[in-house]
Each structure stands twice: as C-alpha cells, then as structure tokens.
Design a protein around this ligand. Structure first.
Ligand code: C2E
Ligand code: CA
Ligand code: CA
Ligand code: CA
Length: 278
C-alpha cells in the first residue's frame, strides 16, 4: 500500500517538471526564433457567402522549431505575451504580412485584404499606433489592405487608451475586426465606442450552429446586431456544408474554416486563390 501511495505523486511531479522545462526552453528560444528564420505566416482564406469569392485572408503565425518541430501559437503566443516578446513577434508578423502583400502586388495578384492578429498585451505599449504605422509605411503598404484583429478580452483593463489607439489606426486607413466575438464577457457598450468594421463570431457558436437551437439563436442575433451597426460579419471555424448553408440563410457575410480550407503557406494560397490580374 505504502508503495502505491508513493508512485502517484512522483509521476505527477515528473509531468509538471517536463512541462515546466519545455516552457522555460520555449521562453528562452522564442527570443531568437524570428532572426533564426523559424517563424512563418500561414494564410487562411475568407470567402464571401453570397459571391463565393475571396474577400480576405487571416495571417496566422507558425513556429517551426529545429528540434521540437511545429509549435502551436496557442502554446507560444501566451509565452510571448508573458515575457513581453509579443511586441517583437507581433511586429515581425505585421512586417511579414506587408512584405507578402508587396510581393503579390508586384506579381499582379489582387489581394482584397490581409488580417493580422494583435494581442491585448500589445496595447500596453504607448506607441503601438505609431509602430504599426511605421512598419506598414516602411514596407510600402497601403493600410487599407490591412485588417487588425483584436479580441474583446481586454474589457477588464482600462478601455480609454485602447479606444484612442484604435481611432488613430482607423484614421490612418486600417480596418479593425473584433475577434472571438461572444466568447468572453462581451462588454456590448464598448461596441458603440470602438471604431470597428468587422465582427468575427467565435467558433464555439459555429460548432453547435446546426445542432443546438440556442447557438443558432445567438448566431442569428449577433448577425442582426452587426448588420444594424453596418459591420461585416465573419463566421470562423466553419467545418461543414450544413454550417455553410445555415450561415447563408442567416445572411452572414463571410466564412472562414476548414470546410473551405486550412491555413496554408503563401505559395499555396496564391496557387489556389489569387489569379493573376494581367
Ligand atoms: P484565432 O485568432 O482565433 O485564429 C483562428 C484559429 O482557428 C487558428 O488557430 C486557425 O487555424 C483555427 N481554425 C481555422 N479554421 C478552423 C476550423 O474550421 N475549425 C477549428 N476548430 N479551428 C479552425 P491557430 O492558427 O492555431 O491560432 C491560434 C490562436 O493563436 C489564434 O486564434 C490567435 O489568438 C493566436 N495567434 C495566431 N497567430 C497570431 C499572431 O500573428 N499574433 C497574435 N497576437 N496571435 C496569434
Ligand atoms: Ca484571429
Ligand atoms: Ca478567432
Ligand atoms: Ca483569438
């Protein structure tokens, strides 16, 4: 009996320490990931539900570690946020999206827009708007081709500076999307104050859209509210034909998800979606 009592906690501790060691290692090595060329952007198409055309794409970070293999952004973005590295990594991602836009532009591949994710932590830097504008200007990009995706999860912090930064970016021509809408504690009052263009319905609603009447009712309500505010609505996490049909009935504008395509490297997106315009 005494023996078996002893093994449980030991296994448990080993589990904790290997997760802990991995985190320490990622923290240490994330610092050099960009300069070592280990970061990459992949792009997921966003399709107009009425037109069937490409309306935009979301850029998503990937970290290909030489020994640990592919590391998911849901693992390394939180580390980047905790350590403050998100500032550099976010800057790298925006610069890379702009570089890619420039490349497609020179090849006469018409790109409606590229969305770039911003984390709440990046808004803690007082010069966020300036640094975004500088990166885009130096890359020779038009801000009107860039959508900045932010989550509503910073409702807890002081919203005034966030609103000021977003207004400045909006005035510079960027479009603003609220990501994961409906997932957190939506401070609906802020929607009135935020200068937003696009609302992205959280994928948890999509998962049950065609099976749970409550999810459908909520999705319908979000779409109606967004349209009343003249926002475009993107449903993300669309995985089935049935979901596509239902979203069309609900007059959702745009769909993004595995049913259409997975996030993919620039070359693949180009071959599949960007016909040369001359
Ligand atoms: P997100 O911004 O909500 O991005 C959407 C996530 O859903 C992506 O996961 C995408 O691959 C995944 N997805 C797309 N279609 C489907 C689908 O049909 N079903 C399901 N279940 N999932 C789908 P990914 O690429 O693993 O990224 C996870 C999160 O990491 C992102 O969530 C975002 O919060 C963060 N992230 C990724 N790239 C960046 C970045 O460049 N900057 C920042 N700050 N965060 C990023
Ligand atoms: Ca996003
Ligand atoms: Ca999302
Ligand atoms: Ca998100």
């Amino acid at each position: 009996e005494a023996k078996s009592l002893g093994t449980g906690p030991q296994v448990f501790n080993e589990g904790i320490s290997s997760a802990f060691l991995r985190k320490l290692r990622l923290e240490r090595e994330l610092r050099f990931a960009a300069e070592r060329g280990e970061l990459q952007l992949v792009y997921q198409p966003q399709i107009g539900l009425a037109s069937g055309r490409l309306e935009g794409m979301e850029s998503l970070l990937r970290w290909r570690h030489p020994e640990l293999g592919a590391i998911s952004p849901s693992e390394f973005i939180p580390i980047a946020e905790e350590t403050g590295l998100i500032r550099e990594i976010g800057g790298w991602a925006l610069g890379e999206a702009c570089r890619q836009l420039g490349e497609w532009d020179r090849a006469s591949r018409a790109v409606p827009a590229i969305a770039v994710n911003l984390s709440a932590r990046q808004f803690m830097a007082p010069d966020l708007a300036d640094s975004i504008r500088r990166i885009v200007r130096e890359a020779g990009c038009d801000p009107r081709q860039i959508v900045l995706e932010i989550t509503e999860s910073f409702g807890i912090t002081d919203m005034e500076p966030v609103i000021a930064v977003l207004r400045e970016l909006k005035a510079a021509g960027f479009r603003i999307a609220i990501d994961d809408f409906g997932k957190g504690y939506s401070a609906l009052g802020y929607l009135k104050q935020l200068p937003i263009d696009i609302l992205k319905i959280d994928k948890s609603f999509l998962a049950e859209l065609t099976t749970d009447p409550k999810s459908e009712a909520l999705t319908r309500a979000i779409i109606q509210m967004a349209q009343g505010m003249e926002l475009r609505v993107i449903a993300e996490g669309v995985e089935t034909h049935a979901q596509m049909d239902r979203l069309r009935e609900l007059r959702c504008d745009i769909a993004q998800g595995y049913y259409i395509d997975r996030p993919m490297p620039a070359g693949e997106l180009e071959d599949g979606y960007l016909a040369p315009t001359r």
